[in-house]
Design a protein around this ligand. Structure first.
Ligand SMILES: [Zn+2]
Length: 264
């Protein structure tokens, strides 16, 4: 499922292929993706407009319509992504919505499992408030992070994945942050020392930074990362012990019991 590094990668791709190009026509192949609008309504809103700016909050991408006080909102569901096409190129299968530009190119929003969403909002800030999103994981400051995680009674992994606490982190990257910080996924937030919480903050930022630099491709992450090994029997890149998995927050968490001891 796309998390902050994936969506930041999409945002940069959108900037390269979707900004400042006038839209001639909008093709909707998967109407279910549209939130509270019809394909005709979306087409009317976009026709002869272009996007002038993009933003990201957590796992959401926003694009502002030229001269208008509104923003298109994209959520990528389980496996959505963007694909730019040259004039005459065929739409990829599972393309949900295609923006056809006056210059002949197209930007397609592809949603293989049809679980993404496309909507409108008056501003990214209003959207975050309406959807009770916490601060973006790359925007929260250290004192706010430390006090919030240390006030949490449940597991630290659950807290990291809770979009109302902090926005942008999901199952995959929470595992990596906890591994890098040496914290067991089920350690209670309130059991973390101030130094552990600060360490987790630093690792959260570092993991996100590295993942964005790798364009969210696990194989391009630095050596010593857990993520490329996740999902198969493997040894810990740090201590060579066996990685293991447990259920945490209804998801599968991968970790190293030796480097991330349950008792801290
Ligand atoms: Zn280990």
């Amino acid at each position: 499922m796309p998390e902050l590094p994936d969506v930041e990668t999409f945002r940069r791709y959108f900037d390269a292929h979707g900004l400042n190009r006038r839209i001639a026509h909008t093709r909707v192949e998967a109407e279910d993706l549209l939130e509270e609008m019809t394909p005709q309504g979306l087409g009317r809103r976009l026709k002869d407009h272009s996007f002038t700016e993009s933003r990201r909050h957590g796992k959401y991408l926003f694009a502002q319509r030229e001269l208008e006080e509104d923003w298109l909102v994209l959520h990528f569901g389980m496996s959505g992504f963007l694909r730019a096409l040259e004039e005459g190129e065929e739409l990829p299968s599972h393309a949900g919505v295609a923006l056809e530009f006056e210059d002949g190119g197209t930007l397609a929003y592809v949603a293989p499992r049809k679980l993404g969403r496309i909507g409108w909002t008056r501003s990214p800030e209003a959207f975050a408030a309406d959807h009770e999103l916490g601060p973006d994981a790359l925007a929260i400051d250290r004192p706010a992070f430390v006090s919030a995680v240390r006030a949490h009674r449940g597991g630290t992994k659950c807290w990291l994945m809770d979009q109302s606490a902090i926005a942008g982190i999901g199952n995959i990257y929470s595992d990596e942050m906890l591994f890098q910080a040496g914290i067991h996924p089920k350690r209670q937030g309130r059991a973390l020392s101030p130094a552990e919480a600060e360490g987790l903050y630093e690792q959260m930022r570092e993991v996100l930074k590295q993942a964005i630099a790798a364009q969210a491709r696990p194989e391009d992450l630095p050596k010593g990362y857990l993520l490329p090994l996740r999902g198969e029997p493997a040894s810990c890149p740090r201590c060579d012990g066996s990685l293991t998995r447990i259920k945490a927050c209804g998801r599968t968490a991968w970790f190293c019991p030796r480097c991330q001891p349950e008792g801290g």
